[in-house]
Ligand binder design. Structure first.
Ligand SMILES: [Zn+2]
Length: 90
């Protein structure tokens, strides 16, 4: 596999994952990152991880304007009450 610039693409993609998830990239840059992430074992999962991270941060930040995820709080409360994850059926 002698694709020139592939290592550069990977480094560039890693540096731009957060910008990509935040929608901060130009359409051209988004395409470049998507194209690379499609067959990169690091950047594909990296996008999903970064997206989860960014969304959780934005969720905390935007609680005033966004409906609170009640089920998440319920789950956190339930986990705190039982002291450990319930393993006997749900
Ligand atoms: Zn990569």
């Amino acid at each position: 596999m002698g694709m020139p610039g592939r290592a550069d693409d990977h480094r560039w993609s890693q540096q731009h994952l957060s910008h990509y998830v935040e929608g901060d990239l130009s359409p051209h840059a988004r395409r470049r990152l998507e194209h690379h992430a499609r067959d990169c074992a690091d950047c594909g999962p990296g996008i999903r991880a970064m997206r989860a991270l960014v969304y959780s941060v934005q969720g905390l930040d935007g609680l005033a304007g966004v409906r609170a995820p009640a089920t998440i709080f319920d789950r956190v409360r339930a986990a705190g009450a039982s002291g450990s994850p319930s393993l006997h059926g749900a």
